[in-house]
Design a protein around this ligand. Sequence first.
Ligand code: GLN
Length: 447
Amino acid sequence: VQHYLKNIETKAHLNAFVEVYEQSALEQADLIDQKLAKGNAGKLAGMVVGIKDLLCYTGHEANASSKILKGFESQFTTTAIQRLLDEDAIVIGRLNCDEFGMGSSNENSAHGKVLNAADESRVPGGSSGGSAVAVQANLCTTSLGTDTGGSVRQPAAFTGVIGMKPTYSRVSRWGLIAYASSFDCIGIFSHTVKDNALVMEIMAGHDEFDSTSSRKSVLPYSQLLHFDKKAKVAYLKETLESPALQPEIKANTLAILERLKSEGHSVDEVNFPLLDFILPTYYILTTAEASSNLSRFDGVKYGYRTPNAHNLESMYKLTRSEGFGEEVKRRIMLGTFVLSASYHDAYFTKAQKVRRLIKDFTENLLKDFDYIIMPTTPSTAFKFGEHSGNPVAMYLEDLFTVQASVSGVPAISLPNGKDEQGMPIGLQVICNSFKEAELYAFSNYLT
Ligand code: GLN
């Protein structure tokens, strides 16, 4: 803990942490030392974990990096965090992110931007930028993020660490401040596959507080990392032919496919005619869900309330106008529009149907193949401000990550070399639902 506290202090300018729980982390460490001496410490004894500012932790503030939750203190602890604490993990602090998880660069945060430790003039990715940089810069051993459309995998790719999004419903969402409830997943950043698998096996599993959480049993992923099969791998032609794809990323992805072939695995090209529909589907459905989820922030129950109100209605309006940032407002408006009576069928209902097509296509493909491989992102980390004035260019950053989110299947981003500027490149591996053990074992083989 002292080692990490020192690193956090020397790297404070990266702005990854918004709050450090110095006192409680040191106290927890002392307690765990005593347990270790007695031989009754938990499976995560000594693991120092950072948590995204979208996860509730009793007695601590959670702001979702938004002004509207300023001063809000959690009344309960996220199930996933509680399970880590029960195994003697040490929670060292709260990590910066895009407001309510909306963004791909961590530039939309009331706590300010996070710097990429590989090049401080570049973004760390988003929305879990703080969680990615905390692991990248050795400010904690592992960190928790949330992934709705890529927010663990994309920043992992941009910072050169491992980022895992499990199957939807594998990890309880209880305590996660909702963005788009049918997509939201808690995910993990780490340097090694083993650490990631270990944290996942402890976090995952049914929770009575989240009725959507799966009752399927959880395997001891960290003990199943040995891989000695011949894998059947598919890559999607359209992803590698995308004009948005940076040449070095294409080259490094092809190099992995070649390596797999030379090691006796089968690698096949598959057509993916739905690629063009993935982003519109994702952004219609997530903005719709967000507009509904975020209606609870009205100045009455949580955090910020405007001091300028003159009646109840102006209190609601001014609190929301002053409390939410630009991107969040844009999404609430888009979501309200696609759910409105006259446009509901044209946008929301249609997008639900297309979601089903994408999910069926992906799941069927993963019956014929063990893994789908593609780049995690079309480009490496870009400069601050590069996409700020252009939300559509920003949304394009999620081109390769949203397929797994729309389909609910697990996906991991693994470091796969660097580009000419020295920026990390990510390789994404996708597996069928609840095949986390297979995904971790193959990742272990690849890294
Ligand atoms: N960048 C995507 C978005 O803004 C993904 C965010 C996420 O996964 N939380 O919606």
